[in-house]
Design a protein around this ligand. Sequence first.
Ligand SMILES: *Cc1c(COP(=O)(O)O)cnc(C)c1O
Length: 224
Amino acid sequence: MDIINQLRLVQERIDRANKDNHEVKLLLATKTVPPERIKIAFKAGYTLIAENKVQEVKEKFDELQDTPHTSHFIGHLQTNKIKELLKYNISCIHSVDRFDLAEQLNKRLDRELDIFIQVNTSNEASKFGVAPKDLTELMKKIDDLEKIKVKGLMTIGLLSEKSEKVRDGFKLLKELQQKIGVKELSMGMSGDLDIAIEEGATIVRVGTAIFGQRTYPDNHYWPI
Ligand SMILES: *Cc1c(COP(=O)(O)O)cnc(C)c1O
């Protein structure tokens, strides 16, 4: 994959979908991508990256330090990995889906941390994310944690060929965002970023459309 060219194509998709010209950040989902390839994107000016696994954050950390960049975390996070993750200068976690996790983060932090609450918008029992009906209560409880700042909501779109069903999930996340009064919407990946932006995404998380196919299937990273 020619990363520079792919970045240009993805940026064109973003601009085309962004009809009302709101701010849309392109976050690079860099799981399985080696540092030297990530740095090609850095050189092109794309410096917002995220990993799914603490181990991969750790492995790439040193090699990426010579270029200023911002690191988020987008994977399912086990509480016993929090301490390790916080060593690596992560500025935002997109995948907080339970109070226990937020509480443990708050306890371990010596600074403020931005988070997104991950919502299960597709009603699939196996997926991570808080159920929409439980969001308000979770939000209220997390609001009491002084170091945790809820910036927005995140969802993984339904993996479906039926774009109207995918769109319904994004519409639901937007409604929930307005209801609870947060600013950002982290939604949209390689296959569905166009729809996500049309429905108001402020951050899209893109991997394969930039770096090419991964050797691991997606269910290595989240249950589908
Ligand atoms: C890998 C990943 C993405 C990007 O997926 P692509 O289909 O490769 O663009 C987005 N969000 C999460 C949580 C991911 O794990």
